[in-house]
Design a protein around this ligand. Structure first.
Ligand code: BGC
Length: 245
């Protein structure tokens, strides 16, 4: 079954058709910059432009950088606060006439990694951490997702953790890999004291460069880089579309 997977991020909105049986992206990916301010109307228009680009008539799955319950947005860390209380799924359904679903972006990336990537056939407790504009997390127990964990917002040195250890902080503060790696390690150590996962999969922009900062990670869980790179969000969003097992 082919589904249009869309990964809505704080910086870019990416989409592509996905074969949900194999996890393969079947046509060239389209990326559009996230409109600023990232209000509901502006984002839905951008997603609709992606739907129109592929002349899509099938189901659509969207990953979104917020807590999502039953299509409704509950938080807004890196998007406009106008989103809070808005049912994103219903808005997109009305705008396109297609059958749509929304889920948290890190949960989407996690679904893809567990099915087709670094977490394939892994049992026990797995934590996926995406280091990007913010810090996203998803938690799986024996391959079953516990949705909407927001462990990127634990407090570190009196600050929201994503304001210390996200990929955006590394770039904007021009931190060396070592300095940033030590911050990521401090973050993961704090999480490990609370959750004790068997495996931690690290995704997001810097997963390509993992050899630059993995040497600074001291946690006892097995640590592995995400395998699907920046496609995990699109593939996982497709897996969460209506009617997909
Ligand atoms: C949001 C999460 C999201 C993460 C990654 C955080 O700021 O609270 O919901 O998964 O960023 O985009």
């Amino acid at each position: 079954m082919e589904v249009l997977g869309i990964d809505i991020g704080g910086t870019g909105i990416k989409g592509a058709p996905v074969d949900t049986k194999t996890g393969a992206i079947t046509r060239d990916r389209l990326r559009i910059l996230t409109p600023q301010p990232a209000t509901p109307g502006a984002i839905i228009d951008t997603v609709k432009a992606i739907v129109d680009h592929y002349k899509w008539t099938g189901p659509v799955g969207c990953g979104f950088p917020a807590v999502i319950k039953d299509g409704c947005v509950h938080t807004a860390s890196n998007i406009s606060s106008d989103w809070i209380g808005v049912n994103a799924r219903d808005l997109l359904q009305e705008a396109t006439g297609l059958s749509t679903n929304f889920l948290n972006d890190a949960d989407a990336a996690g679904l893809a990694e567990m099915r087709f990537g670094a977490g394939r056939s892994q049992t026990g407790l797995v934590l996926i951490v995406t280091l990007g504009t913010g810090i996203g997390t998803s938690v799986f127990i024996n391959q079953t997702l516990i949705p909407n964990t927001e462990l990127g917002h634990i407090e570190l040195r009196g600050k929201d953790a994503e304001k210390r250890a996200s990929e955006r902080v590394r770039i904007t503060r021009k931190l060396s890999w070592k300095k940033w790696g030590i911050r990521v390690d401090e973050y993961l150590t704090a999480i490990e004291a609370l959750l004790w996962p068997d495996m931690i999969i690290i995704g997001g922009g810097a997963s390509r460069k993992h050899e630059r900062y993995f040497p600074y990670l001291t946690v006892s869980a097995q640590i592995v880089p995400a395998q699907l790179r920046n496609q995990a969000g699109i593939i996982g969003a497709a897996l969460a579309a209506p009617g997909i097992e």
